[in-house]
Write a protein that binds this ligand. Structure first.
Ligand SMILES: Cc1cc2nc3c(=O)[nH]c(=O)nc-3n(C[C@H](O)[C@H](O)[C@H](O)COP(=O)(O)OP(=O)(O)OC[C@H]3O[C@@H](n4cnc5c(N)ncnc54)[C@H](O)[C@@H]3O)c2cc1C
Length: 269
């Protein structure tokens, strides 16, 4: 299988990001690992597993993260299948009066109802608020997450929410996928740019299961609308009906979110 940047997005969308990175002069080496670093007092080069030698002045390692759960383990607190601390919707751990929140704790995926570990500040903040409120005698619950995330890669925004087609299939859905390209705002208005949009829908009832949006402008608001739509259990036909704001600098009379709904409805028939 071909390796791509950003394994959390689908490969055709990742290819758009790769093209963008290459257009900015980034030399991508995918599917190869680091074998060793070379240099006397400071780094001079990196040798890859395939034997390639790359000259380097600075090496930045971004190798992923793991939940820090040593304290919880020592306290006898139950860990979940993800390796993070198992919590209920009140952020209670398996030990009475002990709460857990943030990067060390699990969440529930709203769409699959399965425990997931997606360490993000947006989730940590909610969980912390809920744990704090409950520890002080309140009664708050965390409904769960949809793994909504967003990053900026040079001028590109890459945003995702919900399930990919593969995840939807693995979780017993019968998904269809819609991909298309649209303008971020009215074509005649200055600085128009492209948005690449993908939506995943359940073939059975038209429910929106996931979305990916990439582009120089306007990806953030589209992903937030789609994330809200998923949270609310909306279907393909609702995307056309939502009363979205329009003026030429911001959108088109038929917003890309509405186009996604129209295309999905056609495919679902
Ligand atoms: C470079 C980077 C960029 C990120 N960008 C985003 C983003 O754009 N959007 C997003 O949603 N998330 C982002 N995140 C993730 C986000 O920062 C984390 O999910 C969030 O900070 C987790 O909050 P937390 O409270 O669980 O942990 P932390 O924020 O790590 O806080 C833990 C605190 O505990 C303290 N601590 C540790 N051990 C002890 C100890 N033994 N005793 C006392 N104190 C201790 C630490 O010093 C720290 O202050 C990013 C993370 C990184 C590293």
């Amino acid at each position: 299988m071909q390796e791509h940047v950003l394994p959390n997005i689908s490969s055709d969308m990742a290819e758009k990001v790769e093209e963008h990175l290459e257009s900015k002069g980034v030399n991508l080496i995918l599917g190869d690992g680091v074998q060793k670093f070379q240099g006397q007092d400071e780094i001079e080069s990196v040798i890859t597993q395939s034997g390639e030698k790359i000259k380097a002045d600075l090496v930045l390692l971004s190798l992923g993260i793991r939940p820090e759960v040593e304290l919880a383990k020592k306290a006898g607190i139950e860990l979940g299948e993800t390796g993070a601390i198992k919590v209920n919707e009140k952020m209670e751990t398996s030990l009475e009066d002990i709460y857990s929140a943030g990067d060390c704790a699990e969440s529930v995926d709203i769409l699959t109802n399965k425990a997931v570990w997606i360490p993000l500040g947006s989730t940590a903040n909610k969980q912390g608020r809920i744990a704090g409120e409950n520890a002080a005698g309140g009664d708050y619950s965390h409904r769960g997450i949809m793994k909504t995330g967003i990053s900026k890669i040079f001028g590109y925004t890459v945003a995702t929410t919900g399930l990919s087609k593969k995840e939807a299939e693995e979780n017993g859905f019968n998904p269809i996928e819609i991909s298309f390209k649209a303008a971020n705002h009215a074509g005649y208005y200055p600085d128009v740019s492209k948005l690449y949009i993908k939506g995943i829908f359940d073939k059975e009832d038209g429910k929106i299961l996931g979305a990916e949006v990439i582009g120089e402008a306007g990806a953030d608001k589209r992903i937030d609308v789609l994330s809200t739509a998923i949270y609310s259990g909306l279907k393909a036909k609702d995307l056309f009906q939502i009363d979205l704001a329009y003026a030429p600098p911001y959108s088109s009379p038929k917003d890309p979110v509405a186009i996604l709904g129209i295309l999905a409805e056609k495919k679902l028939k």
